[in-house]
Design a protein around this ligand. Structure first.
Ligand SMILES: NC(=O)c1ccc[n+]([C@@H]2O[C@H](COP(=O)([O-])OP(=O)(O)OC[C@H]3O[C@@H](n4cnc5c(N)ncnc54)[C@H](O)[C@@H]3O)[C@@H](O)[C@H]2O)c1
Length: 336
């Protein structure tokens, strides 16, 4: 099958290219240029692609042309302004990319004759966060205070409306939480920041040590997207799924930090950041029983193995080529 991945130059996109290739699929990508230090560049992943479009999703005309030219069987739409803190700095751009960009993808997909399924990736942050221990189900109310969460909730509602009133193709929505994994060099992401501090012998400083997050491994999350696509193709009907880990991998930022410090440089002690930063939701848990029961999806990593595979990346990935490292990680994952 031929997959078009939007956002393929980003963190999840890079892993998804290699995962789909390991399953024997053809893959094309559409996104902006990768960051200089990115998994995509380090792995020279362009070489694995049928088409590698560098196209802004806000620009409908050229986007439509690219999708028609590519003629994919499946589109997985992940291109986004994906960072909460950046969304405070660039709210207009965040809404433009995440909402208008998604609208353009929906319209381009509608005109793509061969398309068998479209999966739109949103986030667990689309749920109206009540700040309680409640696990959000797919049917729960959406909301979002910061521009990232609100724009993703808008993209989610837009996709649901499109499913119901416009598209005849099966469109799915995948809502997943924070993922971790090797090769994430984005600003303000917890593990890269931690490793950076630790490698310099600095005591890590944490923005929100008390926040509980589901520390899902990127491969478990992406595997969920593939289960979702298979279901869309098989059943030819739209659907929405959460892909979050069970309680076992839900830990606070401080628990994660303690574990990473223990594995790397036990002499360090984390401290709370004194910088006054914008609010982020403290507690966010999703209920993934629907994906488990209906798709038979399961995560393969537990908390320790997920974190260790991530930490090992930063410790060992310079010993072999990036693509080889990724392929080994994925072979091991596929065997679990
Ligand atoms: N990483 C996480 O922890 C996480 C958690 C929940 C949801 N998500 C969602 O998963 C998806 C992928 O996340 P990621 O971590 O790989 O993000 P990332 O920031 O690493 O990559 C974003 C990708 O989107 C592309 N992009 C950004 N603006 C664009 C534009 N205007 N036109 C075309 N392409 C554009 C970038 O070029 C890049 O390829 C996003 O939709 C994100 O919101 C990520």
């Amino acid at each position: 099958m031929h997959f078009l991945v939007t956002g393929h130059t980003g963190f999840k996109g890079a892993w998804l290219i290699v995962l789909l290739k390991s399953l024997g699929h053809e893959v094309s990508g559409l996104a902006l240029d990768p960051e200089k230090k990115s998994l995509f560049n380090m792995g020279e992943l362009s070489k694995l692609l049928e088409f590698d479009y560098r196209q802004d999703i806000r620009d409908l005309g050229p986007l439509q042309k690219a999708v028609l030219n590519c003629n994919p069987d499946v589109i997985i739409h992940m291109a986004a302004q994906s960072l909460v803190l950046t969304s405070y700095e660039k709210p207009f751009e965040t809404f433009e990319i995440n909402v208008n960009g998604t609208l353009n993808i929906l319209e381009a997909a509608r005109k793509s004759n061969n398309l068998k399924a479209l999966l739109v990736v949103t986030t667990d942050k689309v749920y109206k966060n009540l700040g309680t221990l409640k696990r959000y189900k797919e049917s729960d109310e959406l909301g979002g205070d910061d521009p990232y969460s609100a724009s993703k909730a808008m993209a989610d509602i837009l996709t649901q409306s499109w499913q119901k009133s416009v598209s005849t193709q099966p469109i799915g929505i995948a809502r997943a939480g924070n993922v971790i994994g090797g090769g994430d060099y984005s600003d303000n992401r917890i593990i890269p920041n931690l490793i950076d501090d630790i490698s310099k012998g600095l005591n890590p400083s944490l923005r929100h040590p008390e926040s509980v997050r589901p520390w899902q491994n990127v491969l478990d999350c992406l595997n969920g997207y593939i289960f979702a696509v298979n279901s869309l193709i098989e059943n030819q009907k739209p659907d929405i799924w959460n892909f979050g880990p069970d309680d076992e991998v839900c830990r606070t930022v401080s628990e994660l930090t303690d574990f990473v410090i223990k594995q790397t440089n036990p002499s360090l002690i984390w401290k709370k950041s004194e910088v006054n930063l914008p609010e982020e939701s403290k507690l966010l848990l999703i209920d993934s029983s629907k994906a488990r029961n209906e798709l038979n999806w399961r995560e393969k990593y537990d908390f320790e193995s997920s974190v260790m595979s991530t930490v090992n990346w930063y410790k060992k990935s310079d010993q072999i080529s990036t693509i080889e490292y990724m392929q080994n990680e994925i072979s091991n994952f596929n065997l679990l």
